[in-house]
Design a protein around this ligand. Structure first.
Ligand SMILES: [Zn+2]
Length: 121
């Protein structure tokens, strides 16, 4: 375990930049934290391991943005949604590559790492 990368958000984004979606799994209660945190909010354990997470999930909800912050204004209108991944983790992000009328609650989406980064800025 001594060679484990630290369970920080910085490390999480480092993995993302390597196209890896990683979460911190609590060794005590098994709760998966994404992004990872140094302390489990379920059992207060500090023992984690990195687990890779599938980028596949289902669209839980979405909203269409017409008025965006200046840097996203050229992209409008665009949809922002919450995707529930296979392990139950929910991630908010921008939905790209689909027309508004193609969006359906419950549809399968795959996380695009570039998009994920953009949405977090
Ligand atoms: Zn825990």
């Amino acid at each position: 375990m001594s060679t484990q990368a630290p369970f920080t958000v910085e490390q999480f984004y480092k993995f993302l930049s390597q196209q890896k979606l990683m979460a911190g799994k609590c060794l005590k209660c098994g709760k998966i934290h994404l992004p990872p945190r140094p302390l489990c909010d379920n059992c207060y354990s500090r023992d984690f391991k990195w687990v890779s997470v599938s980028g596949k999930g289902r669209l839980l909800t979405y909203t269409v943005i017409n008025i965006a912050p200046a840097q996203f204004q050229p992209l409008t209108p665009y949809a922002v949604g919450i995707v529930q991944l296979e392990n139950g983790v929910k991630i908010p992000g921008m939905i790209q590559g689909l027309k508004q009328e193609q969006l359906k609650i419950g549809m399968e989406l795959t996380l695009d790492f570039g998009t994920c980064n953009t949405a977090q800025q």
